[in-house]
Design a protein around this ligand. Structure first.
Ligand code: PLP
Length: 445
């Protein structure tokens, strides 16, 4: 049985009416990817106010690893709402926060005592990770990588690499941020192995301590173990391990931004585990609480304890309803075996994408880890010129036909999958069939 239901053209009349109201009162910058207004969602399916049902391969930009409206998460949130919904944890503490911290410090890679602090958004957690690192080291400097995305607040935006649409026109930026190269195997110089390319990038980081900024002035190096917005760029493990060695040698805090990769997306609870990375601080958000605004920093207790009394916090941080959702998410990942499921979902998508790559010369690269899968579209496989416009047209057509895929990539030419891990194989096939037809129609074949 098909999951996609088409009752109207997209947008239908009810969506159109609400979108017209939106135009009048919501800033233009908050443009929408799917021109249809949601009424309800379950698992990997989203139904709009006109009765059209879409397969959601975007999962709210990777927030819904346990699926839309997961019954256990809903129940946990309802139960908490009926007790209390806010105190400010630093005014009156509550157990769900403490329990979630206990669960996450046990799950985070690395030996030794760890602690966790919660915030609202990924960007806010990034900002706070930097505060912990600066308080611990007494140093100002930060190193981030080409292609990185760490959020939209001033410091997180500064750490972010891509200029349009994230940075252009929004300067001046925060000081003390230095940029090192991140390995991009598909676009590496010809004849260089993945490991060599990764190690060359790590060497460049080391060289920066002579040419750009003294190592003893650097508080933290911050990286995504697999780049998300940057285009699902998977670095060779040699790169990650070498960066860790460099950080240890210079007593620089290594921050892993697992906002997009965490909570089972890549087939491990944290993507750092794939390469044996043991970050000093690990930043989480997105799928952590199934779409509730909750983020966190988990890390070495000595670093987490460095800021002084009341130096870390915020009115809403670690909201009790969000923490209850977070606890239910951790339970569900275990109960439903979602780590193994991520591997199977990813393997299925990879097979389907590799088939597309065989049939469409525009599919230049298929890559990913676990269920974090993507394909990069190019004008020409030899020059690898990014096919940005084609990517937009394919995505738009796929939405019209009922499958929601997202764009990513430093050049805007990557189609990425952040699907709820509870999706069925039949739904994956249906969604990829839509993508297949969109590629056929838009690539002129
Ligand atoms: N870090 C990474 C790796 C992300 O993918 C994102 C969001 O996409 C962020 C940080 C920022 O998170 P938020 O949008 O919750 O501020």
């Amino acid at each position: 049985m098909e999951s996609i239901v088409r009752r109207t053209a997209i947008p239908g009349p009810r969506s159109q009416a609400i979108l017209a109201r939106k135009e009048a009162v919501v800033p233009a910058a908050l443009s929408v990817h799917v021109p249809a207004v949601i009424a309800s969602a379950e698992g990997a399916l989203v139904t709009d106010v006109d009765g059209n049902t879409f397969i959601d391969m975007s999962g709210g930009i990777g927030c819904l690893n346990v699926g839309h409206s997961a019954p256990a998460v809903r129940a946990a949130m309802h139960a908490q709402v009926d007790l209390f919904s806010h105190t400010d944890f630093t005014v009156i503490p509550y157990e769900p926060y403490v329990e979630l911290a206990e669960r996450l410090v046990a799950l985070a890679p690395g030996a030794g005592p760890k602690k966790a602090a919660f915030f609202n958004s990924g960007a806010e957690a990034i900002e706070n990770a930097v505060k912990f690192a600066r308080a611990h080291t007494g140093r100002p400097g930060l190193v981030a990588f080409s292609g990185a995305f760490h959020g939209r607040t001033l410091l997180a935006m500064t750490l972010t690499s891509k200029t349009h649409p994230y940075k252009a026109g929004f300067g001046p930026f925060a000081p003390e941020v230095h940029r090192a190269p991140y390995p991009y195997i598909y676009r590496a110089p010809a004849g260089v192995s993945a490991a060599e390319h990764g190690l060359a990038c790590a060497d460049e980081l080391e060289r920066m301590f002579t040419t750009h900024v003294a190592a003893e002035s650097v508080a933290a190096v911050i990286l995504e173990p697999v780049q998300g917005e940057g285009g699902f760029v998977v670095p060779p493990p040699e790169f990650l391990r070498r960066v860790q060695e460099i950080c240890r040698a210079h007593e620089i805090v290594l921050i892993a931004d697992e906002v997009q990769t965490g909570f089972g997306r890549t087939g491990r609870f944290f993507a750092s585990e794939h390469s044996g990375l043991e970050p000093d601080l690990l930043v989480v958000a997105k799928s952590m609480a199934a779409g509730m605004p909750l983020s966190g920093v988990i890390g070495r207790a000595d670093i987490m304890d460095a800021p002084g009394d009341s130096a870390i916090g915020g009115t809403y941080v670690g909201n009790p309803v969000a923490c209850a959702a977070g606890l239910a998410v951790v339970e569900e990942i275990g109960r439903q075996g979602l780590l193994a499921r991520a591997e199977r979902v990813g393997a299925h998508i990879r097979r389907r994408f590799l088939d597309l790559q065989e049939r469409f010369p525009q599919v230049g690269d298929v890559r990913g880890v676990g269920a974090m899968m993507a394909m990069e579209l190019v004008e020409d496989r030899r020059t690898k010129a990014p096919a940005r416009d084609l990517t937009g047209r394919v995505l738009t057509r796929a939405v019209q036909e009922g499958a929601i895929f997202l764009r990513a990539g430093i050049y805007g030419n990557v189609i990425r999958v952040l699907v709820p891990l509870v999706i069925t194989e039949a739904q994956i096939d249906e969604a990829v069939d839509v993508l297949d037809r969109a590629l056929q129609a838009e690539s002129g074949r």
